[in-house]
Write a protein that binds this ligand. Structure first.
Ligand code: HEC
Ligand code: HEC
Length: 329
């Protein structure tokens, strides 16, 4: 059975889970984001990056397609590396809808698996996806990192996208199963990474460093990632013990939160219009917990998350997303 979102939200509010909004007042006084820089990856001006050769012919494993590097652009839409891996893309996903309605599939990938700097949208509930597009249009979702606004890419896209385009894209992405995509590895040390292309890129020969309180999510194969191959996922290094601590918070609420499973489901695969968390990018999820806590993400349904996020510490966020990412989607 699928509950309508209205009935679902009313039922949750009735059991007293929709909490107050006292944190909202703090949102614009926090200044430049000093927390979670590993989740809001801003390109480092000193990063050493190879200049791509536009004439290079790019191929990826398991695909018979080959393409000029210079033709892989947002304006052209995503390459069709694996057309058998997803239904035919509607126009708005494959090419966009003109102006700021940029091709959804370029960033979120043709099969909707997404990347840490954006979001996995495959397999999320149709109603949830439509609601998020409406929230962006109405200026209710912003990134917690002030230097990313205004307006962030998804805000611009949300503003420009018509209801019909949003519905078509939501129908497409919600029809696709989200597949295992992130391998979570507990560790004390991580390869040294630099921030380039909006992600953690491993520095060749850069050695290792202590992980500290962060998640370092990086492509399994940077070359395939840059080619926008939607079958090459990510590895997420997390602090030792994070997965177990996260499990404790998610299932019991721990000292500072409430159990998440009542709304997101025992396996965190979502219930009704509530989004799935299992197996999805820990980097993306960490940004959302912070954005919901500080209130810059203040959509129509966001109040339902207040009790869950209001007292979370940075370490809690790391632990929670380490656990959610470790689950089977
Ligand atoms: C240029 C890159 C880009 C394109 C193109 C793009 N998005 Fe996004 N999208 C993002 C980013 C970045 C985020 C993550 C924002 C954040 O971290 O809060 C995002 C997040 C989302 C989310 C939130 C997912 C969730 O779980 O709440 C939805 C829904 C979404 N995009 C839909 C779309 C649709 C529909 C289109 C096409 C009309 C589209 N996007 C095109 C970059 C893009
Ligand atoms: C009372 C119901 C409820 C509880 C309890 C709850 N959530 Fe949520 N969660 C929601 C709703 C509803 C949304 C969508 C919010 C929106 O649209 O802004 C959401 C969104 C999220 C998101 C963003 C997902 C995305 O794709 O952008 C994350 C991450 C999340 N929840 C994590 C948690 C965690 C972790 C807990 C427990 C510590 C938790 N939630 C407890 C209802 C709940």
């Amino acid at each position: 059975m699928r509950l309508s979102s209205g009935a679902w939200m009313a039922a949750l509010a009735a059991v007293g889970l929709a909490a107050g909004t006292e944190l909202r007042a703090q949102q614009d006084t926090a200044g430049a984001n000093a927390v979670l820089p590993w989740a809001y990856v801003l390109n480092d001006p000193d990063a050493v990056v190879e200049t791509p050769d536009p004439e290079e012919i790019v191929t990826v494993p398991g695909s018979s397609l080959s393409m000029r590097r210079g033709d892989i652009t947002l304006a052209n839409g995503p390459p069709y590396w694996h057309p058998d891996g997803h239904p035919p893309m509607p126009e708005v996903v494959a090419r966009g809808g003109g102006g700021d309605v940029m091709a959804c599939g370029y960033c979120h990938l043709p099969n909707g698996q997404g990347k840490p700097e954006n979001a996995g949208v495959a397999g999320q509930p149709y109603e949830y996806l439509v609601q998020q597009m409406t929230d962006w249009r109405n200026g209710l979702r912003k990134p917690g990192e002030p230097r990313m606004r205004p307006p962030s890419l998804m805000e611009r896209i949300g503003l420009a996208t018509s209801d019909e385009q949003a519905r078509v894209a939501a129908e497409y992405f919600s029809s696709i199963d989200f597949k295992p995509w992130v391998e979570v590895v507990e560790t004390d040390t991580v390869p040294v990474t630099q921030y380039a292309g909006w992600i953690h890129e491993v520095v060749e020969g850069g050695g290792t460093e202590p992980i500290g309180t962060r998640v370092v999510e990086t492509p399994v194969d940077i070359r395939r990632n840059k080619a926008r191959d939607d079958t090459a996922g990510f590895i997420a290094y997390v602090p030792r013990g994070a997965v177990g601590r996260g499990r404790e918070i998610v299932t019991t609420g721990g000292a500072r939160s409430v159990s998440c499973t009542i709304c997101h489901g025992d396996d965190l695969r979502g219930i009704g219009p509530i989004p799935a968390l299992a197996g999805r990018s820990p980097t993306y999820m960490a940004r959302q917990l912070y954005d919901l806590q500080t209130g810059v993400r203040n959509g129509v349904w966001s109040d339902l998350m207040d009790a869950a996020v209001k007292n979370l510490t940075e370490e809690d966020i790391v632990d929670i997303v380490a656990y959610t990412a470790s689950l089977d989607p």
